[in-house]
Design a protein around this ligand. Structure first.
Ligand SMILES: Nc1ncnc2c1ncn2[C@@H]1O[C@H](COP(=O)(O)OP(=O)(O)OP(=O)(O)O)[C@@H](O)[C@H]1O
Ligand SMILES: [Mg+2]
Length: 240
């Protein structure tokens, strides 16, 4: 059986898509079969961060509306044997997809893939309900700043109300200097605010920003502290 992992935030721009593609790349590089699903209709970025923007022909809405079969919308990522993604629709109003649609899609994909990673739009919306339906666990990616944390808290409560209570927290874009000098909330403050299990922190690093712009997941660069960090975080997410 596959694991369906939802990647969410609350506030926009916290690093959900960066995290999704790197978690997918990390798992695939270890031999797992991984499907990444971009659900951010109209504001899709996953294709860019994977360097695959010129390969998208069909997207998830084409599957949902019966324009193509699932396999046609499964795009194999260059450089990986086992990493695939499904693009979001480029149109923001293309959201005629129900939680049941998503459950059926993931049920079919779970016969092929070990992990299905769903990159959500920011915030709590109708598409968020769609993403929650098939999920086994959720990752909330937050920045260590008050607005992002408040929105992460709202998102976490929403997930728990919907019955999804296996929640892992990733703190992204951490600036150690600011945290050490108590200019931003500390790890202890963050742990007090959120109920999910803290599985890792990722530093604010220009190399991560550059990698998304180049369309090459940062974990492809072997032997770096970032790769090692991701390996540990991903492990803490996939274990029960
Ligand atoms: N740890 C990091 N260090 C430096 N830059 C980062 C880091 N994580 C993400 N970024 C940058 O932050 C920006 C937003 O990242 P990303 O698109 O993954 O966020 P998102 O949560 O998916 O956004 P949205 O809510 O719009 O979907 C990108 O420019 C990315 O390169
Ligand atoms: Mg995104």
């Amino acid at each position: 059986m596959s694991q369906v992992i939802l990647v969410s935030s609350g506030k926009g721009g916290t690093g959900k898509t960066m995290f999704s593609v790197n978690m997918g790349a990390m798992l695939a590089s270890k031999g797992a079969k991984v499907m990444l699903i971009d659900l951010d209709m109209g504001l899709r970025n996953m294709d860019l961060y994977l360097g695959m923007e010129n390969r998208v022909v069909y997207n998830i809405m084409d599957v949902m509306s019966g324009i193509c079969r699932i396999k046609k919308a499964m795009i194999k990522v260059d450089g990986f044997d086992n990493l695939y993604f499904m693009a979001a629709s480029p149109r923001r109003d293309d959201r005629d997809i129900t939680p049941l649609h998503m459950e059926i899609l993931c049920d079919k994909l779970s016969k092929i893939f070990d992990f299905i990673i769903i990159d959500c739009p920011a915030g709590v919306s109708d598409l968020f309900d769609v993403a929650i339906a098939p999920a086994d666990k959720a990752v909330i990616v937050t920045e260590p700043e008050v607005a992002s944390l408040r929105d992460a808290d709202v998102t976490e409560r929403y997930l728990m109300d919907k019955g999804l209570d296996d929640i892992r927290i990733v703190i992204n874009k951490v600036r150690v200097d600011l945290m050490r000098s108590h200019m931003v909330p500390s790890l202890a403050d963050i742990s007090d605010m959120l109920q999910g299990t803290l599985v890792g922190i990722i530093q604010d690093d220009d190399n991560i920003h550059i990698s998304t712009n180049k369309g090459i997941p940062i974990v492809c660069k072997k032997g770096t502290y970032i790769e090692k960090n991701f390996k540990e975080i991903v492990y803490r997410i996939i274990v029960d």
